[in-house]
Unconditional design. Sequence first.
Length: 199
Amino acid sequence: MSKVTTGATMSLDGYIAGPQESGFDLLFQWYGNGDVEIPTASPDVPPLRVSAASAEVVTKEWGNTGALVVGRHLYDMTNAWGGRHPMDVPVVVLTHRRPEDRPEDDENFVFVTEGIEAAVARAKELAGAKDVVVNGGQMARQCLEAGLLDEFGVALVPVVLGDGKKLFGELGTAPVQFDGPVEVVEGTGVTHLRYRVKK
């Protein structure tokens, strides 16, 4: 059955990015510390080279994903991943206004201006029987607050960033309880954890 999930690589002190969009070199070291290559569909993103345990987690998650929901900030920050997301699935971009250079939606990017519920609904249409993955931060927070989120995964890395951006942003509905972890996988330089949202 299709699920709405989110996930992020996170520091031990709970940040998915450091101050002023820093710390990614530390957070994503595990993307290049292994022997198993995972190709990406983006011309701007090189293949991942991860441990066998991490590769099993990543390939399973990517294989189960039918569409993504991201915010305009990430879309702009990555320069639209060079035209195609690394996971090779359509991306729904939640934005206040669509980019001027994208007057129409295509098989790579769909733009939604009506809020998180509309963005998730559109992503579900695109995903079919597969899962919808919502980007961490503001998108994940909005999804959790709206009762749309089913699961989330954390790739926990052994680094402390001290400050920055949290997985669920400034959550307005705390505290929130979860079931799990329902999955624990030890990779090289990362521990993969998965939790279910208590409905």
